[in-house]
Design a protein around this ligand. Structure first.
Ligand code: MSP
Length: 652
């Protein structure tokens, strides 16, 4: 282990779900940390992957009539594709179904069994037979029912292997006392410590009721419980326990990023497992908060799950990465709203960073033909900007070091704002007019340096954007290659020509955006609730049978269909009523073509007083149903299904 190594992980994601912003969030944060530490000269290693065993996968595969591994192979591609789309630079991708992982899980089991940390016992719990799963008491529905299917649970006892977690109560408390930064933020640390203090119970770590899992060595009736299996990925990916495996280098400088819901697994069970193996627990587990969506809990049933693919498609990968980390302090819950993202794009990216770049390069082009001034004499204000840059560099380092991404970006944007203000203060256009070459050189150079620093600092968050800025500044390669450690104000060894290409981020027209968003929301609303626009007419007062009997309703056949001149909506229909022929006028033209009507048997109210429409007399009225869907007018003709019914038949 060396101070210069940095190992960062995300939880391994279940493959029974499509990737959503929750998954994207942790992975982007991990990516930023990996890139940040690497650009700071550290040897950083980034692991993500998928958690593929368990009942849910087995059931989902059965439902689709495929094998569990076929399902995993398919879904894992969605995650890999998303990491590609989000520009995630992971060094490894582990799948718990890979032999390299399974063999390590079995080895860990063997070792802990041999040391007496695992023993065989009996597990008693509430079991849902249809779902084939145990339901923890805290999650049971009313009257011992399954929270998923609502059916009654059965108390079951089964043979299982236990991990002696209770033995690690004191060692864990001691570890956390000595390492107050091992769990962040502080409220999570306190939560975990008080949970441990309340006493730990041994954990069941095998199942006989489940097939889709890693077979337990020496007792094939059991498979290893998913969490015991999953946590080990962090070691198996580093070739534990091989003597020369990567774990030797990166353990325990591991930083686990997790959601707040899975902190106990990572801060209680996992470090106890490691202690049992004789390995130091992780340096840090950081628990981030959860995203709600426009004020609501994100859920499939609500139809409000934010699709990261769609967001990237609509707003771009870098703005999406930036927004997630800038908007909410890492560790707090946050609310995702597209409008908030649009506002940030327009203010932070278009107005602040985008403008600083285009204004500065335009002036270097205009006043120096694109050549960067190589030397300059600094005035006080130039020195102030330089100092501000150096402080920003240091502050951001400290802030990212404690996972405060939002504050880190805020700090950088304060600097970008300062640089924009510097343009207004120094008024380079005046210097140009007055021919003050020396001052102008200094101002242009200070702006260029400010942008160079911004590119270096923003690179881990928005790698593509940073490269774009870098190239427009006339620099080779990428700011990530340069490495933060090599950044220094005022460094340019050879003559540089800037390379203005165009705007960095297009401005989003808010009015147009709102209209499109409303249309999208409406479409989504209708999809999730097809009756959203239904409006049922109020019931009419009751009538006597005699009232109904006054209606003379008969089956008629449409013989001929003609348009009524100068009337968009009217057809003139020639009807055969068996005992007589008739003409009626009906406003159904926009709903039916003549050929759809010709020869159809319909129902007609025959004793309606005649009326004239556009000069054509109508003798009766056909019956049609109008839909309660008020978003679009639709009329459906009442037709006769059984074509053998003679025309003229009476309806009563
Ligand atoms: N497979 C386990 C982890 C095993 S790690 C050894 C698992 N997988 S998961 O796919 O269900 O969840 C992965 C992560 O997504 C968790 O950290 C969880 O907190 C996070 N999120 C799920 N919904 C989320 C939000 N709405 N917002 C933010 N993160 C969310 O748990």
């Amino acid at each position: 282990m060396s101070e210069n190594n940095f190992y960062i992980t995300t939880p391994i994601y279940y493959v029974n779900d499509v990737p959503h912003i929750g998954h994207a969030y942790t992975t982007i944060a991990a990516d930023v940390l990996k890139r940040w530490h690497r650009s700071g000269g550290e040897d950083s290693y980034f692991l993500t992957g998928t958690d593929e065993h368990g009942q849910k996968i087995q059931t989902a595969a059965e439902k689709r009539g495929i094998t569990p591994i076929e399902l995993c192979d398919e879904v894992v591609q969605n995650f890999k594709k998303l990491w590609d789309v989000l520009n995630i630079d992971n060094d490894d991708f582990i799948r718990t179904t890979q032999p390299r992982h399974e063999k390590v899980v079995q080895e860990v089991f063997r070792r802990l069994k041999a040391s007496g940390d695992i023993y065989k016992g009996e597990y008693e719990g509430w079991y849902c037979v249809p779902c084939e799963t145990y339901v923890p008491e805290a999650q049971m529905g009313e009257g011992q029912t399954c929270p998923d299917c609502g059916r009654a649970l059965t108390k079951m006892t089964e043979e299982t292997y236990f991990f002696r977690l209770s033995k690690y109560t004191e060692p864990l408390l001691k570890y956390y006392e000595e390492h107050p930064d091992a769990i962040m933020p502080k409220n999570r640390y306190n939560e975990v410590v008080s949970f441990i203090k309340s006493g730990l119970r041994d954990q069941s770590i095998s199942r006989t009721t489940l097939k889709w899992g890693i077979p337990l060595p020496g007792d094939e009736a059991h498979v290893i419980y998913v969490w015991f299996d999953a946590l080990i990925n962090y070691l198996s990916a580093l070739d534990f326990p091989e003597e020369n495996g990567k774990w030797r280098k990166y353990w325990p400088v591991v930083h686990h990023l997790v959601g707040k819901d899975i902190i106990r697994f990572h801060c209680v069970i996992w470090p106890a497992m490691l202690m049992a193996l004789g390995i130091t627990p992780p340096v840090r587990v950081f628990a981030h908060g959860w995203w709600t969506v426009e004020g609501d809990k994100m859920s499939k049933s609500k139809g409000n799950v934010v699709d990261p693919f769609e967001m990237v498609d609509r707003y771009g990968r870098d703005p999406f990465r930036y927004f997630l980390l800038r908007e909410v302090p890492f560790g707090h819950d946050g609310d995702f709203s597209e409008f908030a993202m649009v506002r940030r794009i327009n203010s932070d990216l278009v107005n602040d960073l985008g403008n600083l770049l285009s204004r500065s390069l335009q002036m270097i082009d205009k006043y120096r033909g694109g050549d960067l001034p190589m030397t300059y004499t600094a005035a006080d204000i130039d020195n102030e900007i330089k100092e501000c840059a150096e402080n920003t560099f240091k502050e951001m380092d400290a802030l990212v070091g404690r996972f405060a991404f939002d504050e880190a970006l805020k700090t950088l944007w304060t600097f970008i704002g300062r640089a924009n203000k510097y343009i207004d203060e120094t008024e380079p256009w005046k210097l140009g007019r007055e021919g003050d070459k020396d001052r102008l050189d200094a101002v242009l150079r200070v702006l260029w340096e400010s942008l160079r620093l911004s590119a270096v600092l923003v690179a881990p968050f928005m790698p593509e954007t940073a490269c774009g800025v870098w190239q427009q500044l006339g620099l080779d390669g990428s700011p990530l290659d340069l490495g933060r450690a090599n950044w220094q104000w005022g460094k340019a060894d050879k003559q540089i020509k800037v390379n203005r290409v165009g705007i960095l981020f297009p401005r989003i027209d808010i009015e147009k955006w709102k209209a499109q968003k409303n249309a999208r929301d409406e479409e989504k609303r209708l999809k999730s609730d097809p009756k959203a626009n239904y409006k049922y007419e109020e019931a009419k007062p009751q009538i006597e049978y005699d009232d109904f009997a006054k209606l003379d309703l008969r089956v008629a056949m449409i013989e001929k269909v003609e348009s009524v001149p100068k009337a968009d909506r009217l057809y003139k229909l020639a009807l055969d009523l068996g005992s007589e022929k008739r003409t009626i006028v009906s406003s159904i033209k926009e709903f039916y073509k003549p050929e759809e009507l010709q020869g159809r048997k319909i129902i007609v109210l025959c004793n309606l007083k005649p009326a004239k429409f556009r000069g054509v007399e109508s003798n009766g009225m056909l019956l049609a149903a109008s839909s309660p869907d008020k978003s679009k007018e639709t009329i459906t003709l009442l037709t006769v299904i059984d074509d053998t019914i003679p025309t003229g038949s009476q309806i009563n």
